[in-house]
Design a protein. Structure first.
Ligand code: ACO
Length: 321
């Protein structure tokens, strides 16, 4: 029996330069800074420039993660890009990242689980590493969500932003560090609560995001709590053992409610939704990078990442830093 563990060797992130504040949005649709902050906690979001694609954001985050790890792209044999907003219908954005980074070996593919994509990609890469199919993985969450928003719909366009985050995983024998456990779930019965009304096979258009906000909210807290408790139980820990809780950054009210239900204090919770808004698959690695860079997450810390999104999909991973 192998005792291989996937250890996080490096983290990176990238946010597009252009900032869009709530006041900017109030000039575009009938909304206000006060409404958005009170209902969501969001104050601003970053928006990709014209001609700046998901793969460009992903490459910038990946380069920073590689630098942080002290690795070169030649050290990597697996790239997974979690995204809902690929550059093109095909090829996979991960192969474009591979090409832009000058990597010709190994394997690269996309993973689609909407906002849960990064957590799904971490669990997938971990299993590639533990099974011996890969040694070192670049796991990226990257989105240009601004491209699938209806900028005349105030109920959705105020909620999302663009960005990318990445981690480098390496398989190491023995030791305490690394990914301890993951749990992934989905239930397609909920797809109509959060979806994009376009697609290759159905409409041959890209479509726009539609959401029943209250329904999503209602399910989010329970689903997040279930999967977090599930992961902790399978690894033999409780919420009290956690040093850091790094939730998907969809809405401050969801983060607060999940924290309350789980009994995780606000001081242990990483929040970036105020500045990034919901960047879908990029939100968790963006928050993770921030907390590592500013020195909050340190070696030996017990870190929980979790996300929930369209499908519904939801999942969590427990990492000993
Ligand atoms: N500005 C001003 N008024 C608005 C806006 C806006 N941007 N959006 C909606 N409203 C109005 C509505 O039209 C409605 O007006 P009415 O009462 O005259 O009909 C009123 O505000 C209340 O609308 P609700 O949708 O009931 O508002 P709610 O309090 O539920 O807040 C929100 C909406 C923020 C979307 C909330 O439901 C929510 O947080 N849901 C969770 C969904 C979420 O975060 N999704 C992110 C993606 S999913 C994920 O990543 C997990």
């Amino acid at each position: 029996m192998t005792s291989l563990k996937s250890i996080v060797r490096g983290t990176g992130s990238y946010l597009p330069e252009r900032l869009l504040t709530n006041d900017d949005l109030a000039k575009m649709v009938d909304t206000s800074d006060e409404w958005i902050v009170q209902r969501t906690g969001i104050r601003q979001r970053h928006v990709a420039a014209e001609g700046e694609f998901t793969s460009d954001l992903a490459v910038k985050a990946a380069r920073e993660a590689l630098d942080d790890a002290g690795f070169d792209i030649s050290d990597i044999d697996l790239i997974i890009v979690a995204t809902t907003t690929p550059d093109m219908t095909f090829p996979a954005t991960a192969t474009l990242v591979q090409q832009k980074m000058g990597m010709h070996h190994g394997v690269a593919f996309d993973l689609q689980a909407v906002c849960s994509g990064f957590v799904f990609a971490v669990a997938t890469a971990d299993n590639y590493i533990k099974s011996g199919m890969a040694k070192r993985a670049l796991v990226i969450g990257a989105e240009t969500f601004s491209r699938i928003l209806d900028w005349t719909d105030r109920t959705t366009c105020v909620l999302f932003g663009d960005g990318a985050g990445a981690i480098v995983l390496e398989g190491v024998e023995g030791g305490e560090e690394g990914i301890l456990a993951s749990s992934l779930r989905s239930d397609g019965a909920h797809w109509q609560k959060l979806y994009v009304d376009g697609g290759v096979s159905s409409t041959q258009t890209t479509g726009h995001v539609h959401m029943e906000g209250r329904e999503v909210f209602k399910h989010a807290v329970g689903m997040i709590s279930d999967v977090v408790e599930n992961v902790l139980e399978s690894a033999g820990y409780t919420c009290e053992d956690l040093d850091w809780f790094i939730p998907h950054q969809a809405n401050k009210r969801i983060i607060d409610a999940a924290g309350r239900k789980l009994g995780i204090p606000a001081e242990k919770t990483i929040v970036t939704v105020d500045r990034h808004a919901n960047t879908s698959a990029a939100s968790v690695p963006l928050a993770l990078r921030e907390a590592v860079k500013d020195g909050r997450v340190n070696k030996g810390d017990l870190v929980m990442i979790e996300a929930m999104g369209g499908g519904f999909t939801w999942g969590a991973s427990l990492i000993r830093w």
